[in-house]
Design a protein around this ligand. Structure first.
Ligand SMILES: Cc1cc2nc3c(=O)[nH]c(=O)nc-3n(C[C@H](O)[C@H](O)[C@H](O)COP(=O)(O)OP(=O)(O)OC[C@H]3O[C@@H](n4cnc5c(N)ncnc54)[C@H](O)[C@@H]3O)c2cc1C
Length: 385
C-alpha cells in the first residue's frame, strides 16, 4: 500500500489549492481526481476579483475569456445596467481554469492520479486508508475536496437537506464574439423573479454564452421547463444540450472535520448563497485546510478536536459573511417586490453591491447600508424625485 503524508480527494479549485499548499510546505501529497483532466464542470465561470486576490500566482491571459465590469439586472419589467471602471471578475471556462490550477499543484510537487475515483475511506488508529477503483493508499490525513456530492463528507456530517441545496440547469449557447459583444459585452446579465432563491443568468464567454437558471432544490421539479421558457424569452434557440448540477448553500453551521478528515470547498458547503460564488471560498478553505494539516504534522495531532481549529479559522475569515449572505437572501426572496425592484431600478443600490465581488465590502456592511435606505430609495423609485 503506497503511503503519503496527505491525500486530497477531488481536483477542483479547493483540492488544487489545498494540495498545492501542502506540497509547497514539503508534505508528500497525493491528489486523486475521478475524471481525466481537463474535466467538464458546470459553472458560470465568474471568478471575482476578490477570489483572485487569494491566489499566490497570476492568471494566464488566455484563460480569461471575458472580463466583467458590471451587470445588467432584470426583475419583472424593470431593468438596469451599471458598469464600473475597475474589473469585478474574470469569466473562464472551468475545464481549462481548473486544469491550470492543478498544473500549479503538480509544479509544487503534488502526485496527481487522474481518472481514479476514491471509493471508500477508513480512519484507523494511526492512519487513514483510502481505497480507489485502482489502488489502496494510506496517509495521516485526508482532505475531502470532492464537491457537493462528496463521499468524504459522509464520514463527517449528515447529508445536505434539500433546502440547503440549489439546483442549477444550464447550457453553453454558441455565438460569435460579435454577437456576445452586442448582447452584453463585458458585463453579466442577471434575471430575478424566475425561481425561488435563485436567478437566471447570461454570462459572456469566448464564442458562447453560459446561460442558466438556479433555484432552491425543492422548487425546481420542472427546471427544464423553467430553463426553456427563460432562453426562449431571451430569443436564444431552444435546441441546446443542458446540464444540471447541485450547489450547496453556505451560511449554515456544519461540521467540517472529523478524526483525520477535513472538508473544503463545496464538500464543506462553503458557497455564498446569494450569488452562488464558491470558487473564492474553495481557494480560502483549501489553503486554510492545508495550513492546518502542516500544523498537525508538527504536533502529530490529527484528532477532530485538533483539526477543528480549521473550522474556527474558516468561520472567523468568512463564516459571518456567508451567514449574512443567507440572511440577505432570505430577506430579498421574502420581499422580492421591494428588494429586487430596488436592485433592478436603482443604480446606487446595484453599484454599492459591486463592492462585494470587488472584495471591498462584506454582506453585513451592505445590509447595514441598504436597510435604512430602503424607504427613501423605494419612494424615489416609485415617484421619481
Ligand atoms: C451551475 C453552477 C454555476 C456556478 N457558477 C459559479 C460562478 O460563476 N462563480 C463561482 O465562484 N462559483 C460558481 N459556482 C460554484 C462553484 O462551481 C463551486 O463552488 C466550486 O466548483 C467548488 O470547488 P470545489 O473544488 O470545492 O468542488 P468542485 O469544483 O466540484 O470539484 C470537485 C472535484 O472532485 C472530483 N471528485 C468527486 N468525487 C470524487 C471521488 N470520489 N474521487 C475523486 N475525485 C472526485 C470531481 O470530479 C471534481 O473534479 C457554480 C456552481 C454551479 C453548479
Amino acid at each position: 500500500m503506497q503511503q503519503y503524508d496527505v491525500i486530497v480527494i477531488g481536483a477542483g479549485p479547493s483540492g488544487a489549492i489545498a494540495s498545492k499548499t501542502c506540497a509547497g510546505k514539503g508534505l508528500n501529497t497525493l491528489l486523486l481526481e475521478k475524471e481525466g483532466i481537463p474535466r467538464f464542470k458546470l459553472c458560470g465561470g465568474a471568478v471575482s476579483t476578490s477570489a483572485l486576490s487569494h491566489l499566490d500566482f497570476g492568471m494566464k491571459k488566455d484563460l480569461i475569456e471575458r472580463e466583467c465590469y458590471g451587470a445588467r439586472v432584470h426583475f419583472k419589467n424593470h431593468q438596469i445596467e451599471v458598469r464600473r471602471k475597475s474589473r469585478l471578475a474574470i469569466l473562464v471556462s472551468r475545464d481549462k481554469f481548473d486544469a491550470y490550477l492543478v498544473s500549479k499543484a503538480v509544479d509544487a510537487g503534488v502526485a496527481l492520479h487522474e481518472a481514479e475515483k476514491a471509493t471508500s475511506i477508513k480512519p484507523e488508529q494511526s492512519r487513514i486508508v483510502v481505497e480507489t477503483n485502482k489502488e489502496k493508499y494510506n496517509a495521516k490525513v485526508v482532505i475531502g475536496a470532492d464537491g457537493v456530492n462528496s463521499i468524504v463528507s459522509k464520514y463527517v456530517r449528515d447529508s445536505y437537506k434539500p433546502y440547503e441545496l440549489g439546483f442549477c440547469i444550464a447550457a453553453e449557447i454558441p455565438a460569435s464574439n460579435e454577437e456576445v459583444d452586442e448582447y452584453i459585452d463585458n458585463a453579466i446579465d442577471i434575471h430575478y423573479g424566475i425561481t425561488n432563491f435563485g436567478y437566471g443568468w447570461v454570462f459572456p464567454k469566448e464564442k458562447h454564452f453560459s446561460v442558466g437558471v438556479s433555484g432552491l432544490l425543492p422548487s425546481m421539479k420542472n427546471s427544464r421547463d423553467i430553463f426553456i421558457a427563460f432562453i426562449k424569452k431571451l430569443g436564444f434557440s431552444t435546441d441546446v444540450v443542458t446540464h444540471a448540477h447541485l450547489i450547496p448553500a453556505g451560511g449554515y453551521e456544519r461540521e467540517v472535520c472529523s478524526d483525520r478528515i477535513i472538508l473544503v470547498g463545496d464538500a464543506a458547503g462553503f458557497v455564498d448563497p446569494y450569488q452562488g460564488e464558491g470558487i473564492k471560498y474553495a481557494f480560502i478553505s483549501g489553503k486554510l485546510a492545508a495550513e492546518r494539516v502542516v500544523e498537525s504534522y508538527e504536533n502529530d495531532e490529527f484528532s477532530k478536536s485538533a483539526l477543528d481549529t480549521y473550522k474556527r479559522a474558516c468561520y472567523s475569515l468568512f463564516g459571518e459573511n456567508l451567514k449574512y449572505s443567507l440572511r440577505l437572501t432570505k430577506l430579498m426572496y421574502t420581499y422580492p417586490n421591494i428588494f429586487f425592484r430596488l436592485l433592478s431600478s436603482n443604480k446606487i443600490v446595484l453599484d454599492k453591491w459591486f463592492e462585494i465581488p470587488a472584495g471591498r465590502m462584506e454582506y453585513k456592511e451592505y445590509i447595514r447600508w441598504l436597510i435604512p435606505r430602503v424607504p427613501y430609495y423605494m419612494l424615489k423609485t416609485l415617484l421619481p424625485l
